[in-house]
Write a protein that binds this ligand. Structure first.
Ligand code: AMP
Ligand code: MG
Length: 336
């Protein structure tokens, strides 16, 4: 009898530990979400098991993308609907939109209005100039200072009414616009990663979330791009249960009259910020990491450091001359 119990125990142990099925690494890439490249990598017991997880992840991301899209209509009211209805009636929206806008309001306050999702009217001028420039490089032009100043009069959170109880949103100024590009990918990656098993790495256009470790306990390695060379890495960091997000002046660029313009706009000047080439943030929460990387890109290092402390986050700053600064916690994560 005793031997029987021992045998059963051995079987149990074998099933639970020694004979655990080997996991294989799989990866899937999508090009249709958030106007960027999304890659899911993960370890699963079979291709079918990985596909099931990947399908769920991409479905959830697609739903967030549709809701937060300001350029295309969706089946339900989305942020384009909110922008289109500016100056009109309150728009009933999905709770995820309310949640994102409340986060945006918090980020605006925390960053001294530097990261401000109500800057849409200004950002739309830059977006249109970039689209024009990429289509017709010969006639590329930046928006005029007058047009930018005029648009800037139609920004600010006093123009955005969020009614949590009614589940509605309203822009009170017909020319006001929302642009959630600075926080939406990180928010979506965070929500999606909360349902992701350990042993997965999700990158939504460089908003990376490392979930757990690899099955053998090894940490994930995440490369940080060299701002001067899209094909080169500045360095690699190790990560588990961590978000890694970079804001850089090499993304969404166009050239006009020999000047290169990028996509992160300093609300003090209405022009692309020139303080840093890139800022990478490491933070447990991906939504916070996304907001922080844009915020630090728009701030002096000391102000950024104070903000990082509030979130227990770390950062790497790359200055225009190539000089690098990093917090101690960031340094400790550098591989090799
Ligand atoms: P990120 O890549 O997360 O740093 O965000 C950059 C994106 O955020 C841009 O492509 C714009 O859509 C938007 N954006 C640019 N400047 C600002 C700003 N000062 N505040 C809020 N959103 C911004
Ligand atoms: Mg951001």
């Amino acid at each position: 009898m005793k031997r029987g119990i021992l045998f059963a125990l051995a079987l149990l142990l074998c099933g639970g530990i020694a004979c655990a099925p080997r996991k294989t690494r799989y990866s899937e890439t999508r090009y249709d979400l958030f106007d960027t490249v999304t890659v899911l990598t993960g370890y699963a017991e079979s291709e079918a098991a990985f596909s099931e997880t990947a399908n769920r992840v991409f479905e959830e991301l697609a739903a967030y993308h549709a809701l937060f899209d300001i350029y295309h209509d969706a089946e339900r009211n989305n942020l384009k609907t909110v922008n289109d209805c500016a100056g009109g009636d309150p728009v009933p929206v999905d709770p995820a939109i309310i949640d994102l806008l409340l986060l945006g309001r918090e980020v605006d306050a925390l960053t001294g209005h530097r990261v401000n999702i109500t800057l849409g009217a200004v950002l739309a001028l830059w977006h249109d100039a970039r689209t024009e420039a990429l289509e017709h490089p010969e006639s590329a032009a930046s928006p005029s200072g007058d047009a930018l100043r005029d648009a800037a009069r139609h920004t600010g959170f006093d123009l955005l009414l969020i009614d949590e109880a009614a589940g509605t949103v309203r822009l009170t100024d017909p020319r006001a616009r929302l642009d959630v590009g600075a926080i939406a990918k990180g928010y979506a990656a965070q929500r999606v990663s909360e349902n992701l098993p350990d042993g997965y790495l999700l990158s939504v256009g460089g908003n990376v979330v490392a979930k757990g470790t690899k099955p053998d306990g090894a940490l994930w390695s995440v490369g940080i791009q060299d701002p001067d060379d899209a094909a080169a890495l500045l360095l690699t960091v190790t990560a588990s249960d961590l978000a890694i997000v970079t804001s850089g002046d090499y993304q969404r660029v166009f050239t006009a009259d020999g000047v290169r313009y990028h996509h992160i706009i300093d609300p003090e000047t209405n022009y692309p910020a020139v303080r840093w080439r890139s800022v990478t943030v490491l933070c447990a929460d991906s939504a916070a990491a996304d907001a922080l990387s844009t915020a630090l890109f728009l701030m002096e290092r000391e102000d950024g450091e104070a903000l990082l402390k509030q979130f227990g986050a770390d950062a790497l700053w790359v200055a225009p001359g190539g000089e690098r600064f990093m917090t101690e916690g960031f340094r400790e994560r550098i591989k090799g």
